[in-house]
Write a protein that binds this ligand. Structure first.
Ligand code: CMX
Length: 437
């Protein structure tokens, strides 16, 4: 058994026993109650899912196994780069322990060893019209890769519940290993001449991804390491994470549940917002005829967007109530590497201008920027202007968190997810009953 799998098995057995005891003693303890607004309002704040890999605080933002993003930047191995290796974050999310440099390097080599994308995956992607959205190509590519699922093969043969976690671990590791190759193939087919760039075995996972897309700038590789780290997980309730959890709970394998998650990420209120942000900025600078708009010009453009009944992309969040620390991490990166870039400057001016305008609407719970408000400007700076691809980058990173959490779901034996729905008729009856009680 490989060292990461052995560590995960040890941690999973211990937590599984602890949860069993907890449920025996406190299974009927009420830890939350649901309001009518929650039933109608997208189930906000209902505590009804266990997600071990990260936790989101409305004021402070995301913590991965208790570590904030600046803490990860300080503690995770960086390999040959200057930003944390996503390999280290995956190890942390799976085991709860910060890996050593050697353990992170082992994972780099392990993913390289496991990276085997069959030809039919490329053929499937290439069979799609070139103007197919990159996220559609991505989900189809992942589904095509499902032929490799160890879980699906073993289930078909018949294997015991006690081994589900093992097959899920194998599938998750193999899928994560292959995703950069699949994503880079989509990028090369859709936006370049279609020729593939072979992986460079001396590079870590994120740097290799940059290389296979055709970017060999050392700073861009650092950006990819940071990007792949900060987008990886955002606790369990967000649409892509929750989708992985829901679909995985039917014992769909990691490939099928992750492909489903990517369909959720492709929505403009979720991951597609990163393409919408830069599209909105490009349209603004074109309409204004300048890449250096004033705050007044930006303010007018924001008010025009709102008057058209559109949302300002990259702003607002279902849980966060402060600027997203993932936005801040990217701003800090930009301050270091490209503070004079025009589009970066526009993003910073939008950051000054948008929150007070959104606040005046009186209905928005969080007027602050989220992760998607900054990412596009950094990519444009390094020459990646094809914003239709941005959500694929988000997706490759998101695999780390949702698949690590998927391993935990199978290791802890979580059952089929099946919440109770109500009709409005029944809600009215329940309200009336409460009033007379
Ligand atoms: N621009 C304009 N209006 C906004 C807004 C924004 N950025 N954010 C919220 N609102 C509106 C909502 O549409 C809602 O309007 P109605 O009552 O008329 O329907 C109202 O303000 C209240 O919304 P909320 O409770 O503050 O926010 P929600 O939890 O309902 O929605 C989110 C959260 C992210 C969907 C919303 O803020 C939004 O649409 N933002 C823009 C899209 C975006 O950036 N999404 C990316 C989120 C991060 C990610 O998942 O990647």
């Amino acid at each position: 058994m490989d060292p990461l799998k052995a560590k995960f098995k040890e941690k999973a057995s211990a937590l599984s026993a602890e949860i069993k005891a907890l449920l025996k003693e406190h299974g009927n303890t009420v830890i939350d109650s649901v309001t009518v607004s929650q039933a109608y309002g997208g189930m906000r704040d209902i505590k009804s899912m266990i997600w071990e890999t990260s936790l989101l605080d409305a004021q402070e933002g995301i913590r991965f196994r208790g570590f904030s993003i600046p803490e990860l930047q300080e503690k995770l191995p960086t390999g040959r780069g200057k930003e944390p290796l996503p390999e280290g974050l995956f190890w942390l999310m799976l085991t709860g322990e910060i890996p050593t440099e050697e353990e992170a390097l082992w994972l780099t080599n392990e993913w390289e060893r496991r990276c085997k994308v069959p030809q039919h995956v490329f053929d499937t992607i290439n069979a799609l019209p070139k103007d197919t959205h990159a996220m559609t190509m991505f989900t189809i590519g992942i589904n095509a890769l499902q032929t490799e699922s160890i879980f699906a093969h073993r289930y078909e043969e018949g294997f015991p519940k006690s081994e589900y976690w093992d097959a899920t671990y194998e599938d998750s590791m193999n899928l994560i290993a292959c995703l950069p190759v699949v994503a880079a193939a989509i990028y090369r087919r859709k936006y370049k001449d279609g020729s593939l760039i072979a992986p460079n075995t001396r590079l870590d996972w994120a740097a290799n991804f940059a290389h296979m897309m055709g970017y060999d700038d050392a700073d861009f590789k650092n950006l990819m390491r940071l990007y792949m780290t900060i987008h990886a997980d955002h606790e369990g309730g967000n649409a892509s994470a929750h989708t992985t959890h829901l679909v995985g709970s039917t014992l769909s394998d990691s490939y099928l549940s992750f492909a489903a998650a990517m369909n959720a990420l492709a929505g403009p209120l979720h991951g597609l917002a990163n393409q919408e942000v830069i599209k909105w900025i490009f349209e603004m600078v074109e309409e204004l005829g300048t890449t250096k708009p004033t705050s007044e010009q930006i303010g007018d453009y924001v008010r025009k967007t709102l008057a058209e009944g559109r949302v300002v992309p990259g702003y607002g969040h279902a849980v966060l109530r402060k600027p997203d620390p993932r936005f801040t991490a990217q701003k800090v990166f930009a301050e270091k590497y490209c503070s004079n870039d025009d589009i970066v400057q526009v993003v910073w001016k939008v950051f000054e201008t948008v929150p007070p305008i959104l606040q005046t609407l009186g209905k928005i719970k969080n007027p602050w920027p989220n992760v998607d408000a900054h990412s596009g400007a950094l990519l444009v700076h390094y020459g990646m202007t094809e914003y239709g691809f941005y959500t694929v980058l988000f997706g490759v990173s998101r695999a780390l968190g949702v698949l690590a959490a998927g391993c935990w779901s199978r290791a802890l034996g979580f059952p089929l997810e099946r919440p109770k729905s109500l009709t409005t008729e029944l809600v009215k009856e329940m309200i009336a009953e409460k009033a007379t009680a």
